[in-house]
Design a protein around this ligand. Sequence first.
Ligand code: DON
Length: 561
Amino acid sequence: MKNTLFFILLWPCVAFSQFTQIKIVKEVRTKDKGLIVSAHPLASEAGALMLRKQGNAFDAAVATQLALAVVYPQAGNLGGGGFLVATKTNGEKFTLDYRETAPSKAYRDMYLDKKGNADTDLSQNGRLAVGVPGSVAGFFATLKHCKLPMKVLIQPAIELAQKGFAITDREASLLNREMPSFERHNKIQTVFQRKSKWKKGDILIQKDLAETLKRIQKEGAEGFYQGETARLIVAEMKRGNGIIEMGDLKNYRVIERKPIMFNYKENEILSMPLPSSGGILLAQMLKMSSFENLGNHRHNSPVAVQIMVEAERRAFADRAEYMGDPHFIEDRTQMLISDDYLKKRWKSFDRNWATPSAAVGKITKQPEESTETTHISILDREGNAVAVTTTLNGLYGSKVVVAGAGFFLNNEMDDFSIKPGVPNMFGAVGGEANSVQPGKRMLSSMTPTIVLKNGKPFIIVGTPGGTTIPTSVFQSIVNIVDFGLNAADAVNSPKFHHQWLPEGVLVERTFPEKTIESLIKKNYSFVKTEQIGRTELIVIDEKGVATAIADSRGDDSVGLE
Ligand code: DON
């Protein structure tokens, strides 16, 4: 895209009134300013505001996540968890793991009925589905890299909650759709429920949430994990079958981890290690497809798609067998991403025919596919890069709002393998490696990723989408590196996804029919879906010009310093 788009500074002119002007910006190019791209224009603007206050990418990351917890309640959160991958101009490369943990009273068979059958309603909806939230601890762990104090970073979120903001058409229709489940899972009326239908432009004011944010502003992480907010969370647990106790909250810890790092062509890739499967899957898929050199093929052509699907099949079979929280299982990352192992794995690739899934992994049971999470990509003027993916798991998580505190709680427990072979809400199967154990982190697919070229940030990328996350990130990277697509096309062109089980390849409705027809002849099957993911991407060219793209599939928007 040739034209440079300029962002209109909304914040100062609306600081004293409700936030009724929502301006979505899909693409921005700049050389000397910081950029941020997130799922909601008001959240991107909160981050951009911090960049203008001389904050860095970490300040923007914290302010944006906090604002998302207000303006994007379907996935932005205080009651969920996330992962942050970062590279700093001083050479530091690190990740922060603020994934939820299983409460201390959790146990392996907690979602099985008397006959031993898995009850996915329990792991997906209501209080028993909730893992101990990590997000707020994650914001405070990020603070050590920030320039601005939490008092400043949290202020936009407080104002948005207190004064209210105009909801988008998409948010209105999701709130309307989920109303019955809010009613089913809340004993005390929430601000998200009302008699008439929500519509675009309605103002959502969240007074309880504003008070929760003010307690964090005043008391720090303890203002969430101890005291009034913790008491309200535990009281909410007791309104049903919840098991999170005060001690679980007080004991929650963020873990700083080394990123998973590997080379792809002339690029160095940094992504999230276990307990996310994302980085391992990405490394496996890129390395296996490099055996066939995707650069020799056209984007979304039958050959390219076949190679990528077969790499996805083998990687997801390994996910089911080997991956989980590395504190509880043997960490086989280095073996799984080694060239020797992957070359052996690739031997069964056959250009003329689909490899049956049973040939690349042990199938316990045939699962079904089903399908909120949100990603933020940030580059500041100094060159610090941050990729954050954060989630409640499902749309509005467990659907339970903490009464008196005003935020949704996650349903992340469903990301455990609640019974070997029983698929989670994204159709992913697992076994012992990802079984429920107290204090354990459930396996994730979130893949916040930074690609470096000559040691400098080249691509900052991530997306929501459950198991489709690693495959979407995989596609975004090869779209740029191998197929030469520009940044906008790399995000917005039709996507596909395969995850070993089920056998079918998921494709967006706009996916080329010719490719589908050609692959059906090789025994592939396809399932159409409305959309795969919402990718937030920043690409920096050799002259240092950065282009930020907000996925056209949602209300996603770019903020400029
Ligand atoms: O951690 C994970 O992999 C999932 N809880 C992510 C869920 C997700 O992306 C939902 N978004 N559509």
